[in-house]
Design a protein around this ligand. Sequence first.
Ligand code: DC
Length: 222
Amino acid sequence: MTDIITIDGPGGVGKTSVSRGLAERLGYRLLSSGLIYRAMAWYLLQGGWQPGRPADLARLNALRLRIGPDGGVYHQGERLDEALKSDPVSDATSQISTDPAVRELANRLLKATVQGIAEEGRIPGVILEGRDMGSVVFPQARHKIFLDGDPAVRAERRFRELADKTPGLRRDDVAQGLAQRDARDAGRDVAPLKPAADAMIVDTTHLTLEQVLDTILAQVTG
Ligand code: DC
């Protein structure tokens, strides 16, 4: 049986680095639900969709995304990941991900991908990263981890991540954008950001990546 570990939490908390580290150490496949939502938003923006309007579901229904063995999201054979990290795409993503029909599409793709991996039987497990992986989409997961952290520390991490690639980027803008998206993710009606009742909560504020990984590995391999 394919082992499922979910890693949820707010932006800038270190989910991606932690999930990647866990996948490497355990030999598991990494699946990022955030990348799927981002790819959907990117595709809508490409088609001229204006943020603030309802997501164009007919267009999204026609979208064929594939999650590669490297964890990347592919569209027509092209890996999209870099294009998905920009601020306009981040904002659009946080908007469309409040729509239950959009969430349904993303969840279907994730579940089908996990099922494909299970049927192939070559990889022992998957790490599912996002906001509602443990609470809503994979409630049967063996381990559910919820990463949390001080908003100022998360904003600083996100700023450092983006600063090299974005000349003129302002700390305050990054912090404000993060706070807005957190509020939207936590306040939405469908699948709001919150830990599953049986999640292990890890506060990453004062921990290094290695320490977070060790804490989680002690739990999942213990
Ligand atoms: O994890 P991330 O920053 O790449 O996520 C981008 C956006 O997608 C974020 O605003 C919240 C949304 N998202 C979501 O609603 N549910 C998920 N499972 C993952 C991401």
